[in-house]
Design a protein around this ligand. Structure first.
Ligand code: NAD
Ligand code: UDP
Length: 318
């Protein structure tokens, strides 16, 4: 039986990944400091003998206490609204934290997968973005704590692969959504859905003409698993849905799908907000035979249903 560690395992993507690995018959150890994640996300797994949870901050050296085959390194706050509040924590997590996790992976002679981000491309001047594009990042802007520390984490992973024989690989995740995103996360999908369901105005930043491509979480998790189990040592692969739309179109779609009377209002565009983002997934297709299967319509339906149920349970707004 394989044993996998998922750092950030109590977060949105991490908790879905833990469930997926359990369904594949693996033993799973989630490591999380519960900064932006929470125990609600893993409570359904706590009764499973193959699942353990370790509350730990990866900025501190990590000890697992059993042999591990795979390290999925997802620990990092990821919401732009956290970049202003926790910039140093984010930078130290992606630098020192990544260093600490890589070292345990090496001790275990385990495979290591870094969850990097499309933010490595910054505000891209090519579209769609292939892995060969080096990016267009403001190194001192308000998003740089995240962009630059993820870029550092990628560089660190590559250095350990080249110099220490680490069996490492990097994925660049593009905007992913689904159940278990925090209602107050600040990212666009939970914002619009909770606003629409509670009859509050949907807040479009700028004129809403900036684009994103949204991937449903189950598609992403399958891609992460395939990447870990492929012969991809030293490779960097984009994982995301190439179906691109404007933020204003997304607001209209969510308003429609929820049947919400909410109006759409326009707020200032945050500084350095990327104008366009869309993954080139040719490499994921060729290497992993992977492409997204869940349409935006279906994914949003499931996500809206989850937020609706959660809000009904609480008997009040999110
Ligand atoms: P999330 O905030 O739900 O998950 C991150 C998890 O990491 C949380 O549970 C948090 O408590 C934990 N964490 C943060 N710092 C930690 C630390 N120092 N020590 C231990 N645990 C720590 O966000 P998410 O969307 O699930 O993101 C997961 C990963 O995927 C992140 O690395 C993020 O950068 C990457 N990513 C996500 C997206 C997306 O669209 N969701 C896009 C690109 C990249
Ligand atoms: N956005 C928005 N309204 C919101 C939250 C976000 O218009 O309430 C916009 C944001 O400016 C960006 C896009 O939606 O252009 C995606 O933002 P998100 O924070 O989800 O992730 P990003 O892609 O910026 O990392």
């Amino acid at each position: 039986m394989y044993t996998s560690v998922v750092t950030g395992g109590a977060g949105f993507i991490g908790s879905h990944l833990c469930e997926y690995l359990l369904s594949k018959g693996e033993r799973v150890i989630a490591v999380d400091n519960l900064g932006s994640g929470n125990m609600d996300n893993v409570k359904g797994m706590l009764d499973d003998d193959n699942f353990s949870f370790i509350e730990h901050d990866v900025r501190e050296p990590l000890k697992i206490g059993e042999r591990v085959d795979f390290f999925y390194h997802l620990a990092s706050r990821a919401s732009p609204s956290d970049f202003g509040r926790y910039p140093i924590e984010i930078m130290m997590t992606n630098s020192v934290g990544t260093y600490n996790v890589i070292n345990v992976a090496l001790e275990n002679k385990a495979r290591f997968l870094l969850a990097s981000t499309s933010e490595s491309y910054g505000d891209p001047d090519v579209s769609p973005q292939p892995e060969t594009y080096w990016g267009h990042v403001n190194p001192v802007g308000p998003r740089s704590c995240y962009d630059e520390s993820k870029r550092f984490a990628e560089a660190l992973t590559m250095a350990f692969i080249r110099r220490q024989g680490l069996d490492g690989r990097v994925i660049r995740i593009f905007n992913t959504y689904g159940p278990r995103m925090r209602p107050d996360d600040g990212r666009v999908v939970p914002n619009f859905i909770t606003q629409a369901l509670s009859g509050k105005p949907l807040t479009v930043y700028g004129d809403g003409s900036q684009t994103r491509s949204f991937c449903y979480v189950s598609d992403l998790v399958r891609g992460i698993y395939l990447m870990m189990h492929s012969n991809a040592k030293g490779m960097v692969v984009n994982l995301g849905n190439p179906d691109e739309m404007t933020v204003l179109e997304l607001a209209r779609k969510i308003k429609d799908m929820t049947g919400s009377p909410s109006e759409i209002v326009f707020k200032p565009l945050p500084e350095n907000d990327p104008l366009q983002r869309r993954p080139d997934i040719a490499r994921a297709k060729a290497l992993l035979g992977w492409e997204p299967e869940v349409s935006l319509e279906d994914g949003l339906k499931r996500t809206i249903a989850w937020f609706r149920e959660r809000m009904n349970k609480k008997g009040r707004g999110p």
